[in-house]
Ligand binder design. Structure first.
Ligand code: CS2
Ligand code: MG
Length: 403
């Protein structure tokens, strides 16, 4: 089944998304998510100039061969731009294979290993009271798991908290990187109180998560983990920058609080030591940044060998195409843990027609052939690319810090 066309759609319905469209000689279309928040055009160019021309004439059924062709064939290895581009091709080809087979992608991956995919939502607030009300709202909607983030006294802005003007939280909100000020002390002193307030009001039945977002040293992360042990966290996420995987040995020496890492990883080698030395409890690699369904399944299979469970990234900057693909993988793997579900703001729904459903804290991708998502190209054309950057953090002394 030959590929006769491959093209890139850049659209900004609420935020920027990059989508790959692959068309076969039989007229079957597959969609892939190629969105890399803040660096969208890099992936779009990589696809348009270096990948799409090489796809023409290839057999769309040969997913693994095309994956290897694009990975080994570039000579240069890994990296978020290349692996997001390969991911988009891979996701689109699995979409095509499902449509041709008349089966939802999860059926091609071995079928459902569970009835539904437990998801967690984002609760946040510019105060603890506001955050607690947002947790309550999520529980009322049926969520079983909630991530809690709140403003930190003494800090003007902090990751994960919506602007005070009531706008929804979208980290890439400025056409130049917004500079935020960070100090670790106030954060380390406040977070146990903030998360303790969740336990005090809602008890221990709700799965409670928190995203540290790469901002602590390994020892500070060990300290935070120990201070949170009484709150029985589901996980703390990205406690320290994870390029140095061995740093997590120090965290493990100090705390039993579960750790989740991986949303910024793009290959199995980024997390190989974390998994094989059991330095993490959940691996968060996403289908759209870690080489697609084909590579993500390899990462999750390795994790399964070591008792590490999945916890894929699912922020709003991963498009509904990759969120649907994530649900198909989540449904099929034996070591599923949890799936992040931040949702997608309107008017994204005008562009991406999705089939996945939320019910009582669980989601299901639906049983439409393929991924179950279609892209309305006429609607997409109404929302031109809108250059945006993620913020950066500086310490009070002006030095750069992780955001
Ligand atoms: C966050 C993301 O959802 C998360 O866990 O880490 O919101 C992250 O900040 C964005 O995806 C960056 O684009
Ligand atoms: Mg995160």
């Amino acid at each position: 089944m030959k590929i006769i066309d491959a093209g890139v759609i850049i659209t900004a319905p609420g935020r920027n998304y990059v989508t790959l469209k692959i068309t076969t000689e039989d007229g079957v279309v597959g969609w892939g998510d190629a969105t890399l928040n803040g660096r969208e055009l890099a992936v779009a160019t990589y696809l348009r100039d270096h990948v799409c021309p090489l796809l023409i004439g290839r057999d769309a059924h040969r997913i693994e061969d095309i994956w290897q062709y694009l990975y080994k064939g570039s000579y240069w290895r890994r990296g978020p731009v290349q692996m997001t581009a390969i991911a988009a091709v891979d996701i689109a080809l699995w979409d095509i294979k499902g449509k041709v087979a008349g089966l939802p992608v999860y059926q091609l991956l071995g079928g459902a290993a569970r009835d539904g995919v437990m998801v967690y939502g984002h609760a946040s607030g510019s105060s603890v009271a506001e955050m607690l009300d947002d947790v309550a709202a999520h529980l009322d909607e049926g969520y079983l798991a909630v991530r809690a983030q709140s403003a930190i006294p003494g800090m003007d802005k902090v990751y994960g908290v919506p602007p005070k003007d009531g706008r929804l939280y979208e980290p890439a909100s400025s056409n130049v990187p917004q500079e935020e000020t960070w100090e670790t002390g106030p954060y380390l002193r406040f977070v146990p109180t903030m998360l303790g307030a969740v336990r005090e009001r809602f008890g221990f039945d709700v799965h409670l998560l928190h995203d540290v977002h790469h901002r602590l040293s390994p020892l500070e992360a060990g300290r935070l983990g120990r201070d949170l042990e009484e709150h029985r966290m589901f996980w703390i996420e990205d406690p320290t920058p994870a390029e140095d995987q061995s740093a997590f040995q120090l965290i493990r020496q100090h705390t039993t609080t579960p750790i989740a890492v991986g949303e910024i990883f793009n290959s199995i080698w980024d997390c190989q030591q974390l998994i094989t030395e059991r330095l993490i409890d959940y691996v968060r690699t996403s289908v759209s940044h870690a080489g697609g369904i084909t590579h993500l399944r390899r990462i999750f299979a390795l994790a399964d060998l070591y008792g590490v469970r999945t916890g894929s990234h699912g922020a709003g900057d991963l498009s509904p195409v990759s969120f649907a693909a994530a649900l198909h993988v989540d449904l099929s793997v034996p070591n599923f843990g949890i799936q992040e579900y931040m949702g997608h703001r309107d008017p994204a729904g005008e562009v991406f027609r999705t089939g996945y459903k939320f019910e009582n804290g669980y989601m299901h991708p639906g049983d439409a052939p393929g991924l179950g998502v279609e892209v309305d190209e006429q609607a997409a054309a109404k929302f031109p690319y809108d250059p945006k950057y993620l913020p950066i953090n500086r310490r009070r002394d002006g030095s750069m810090h992780d955001w």
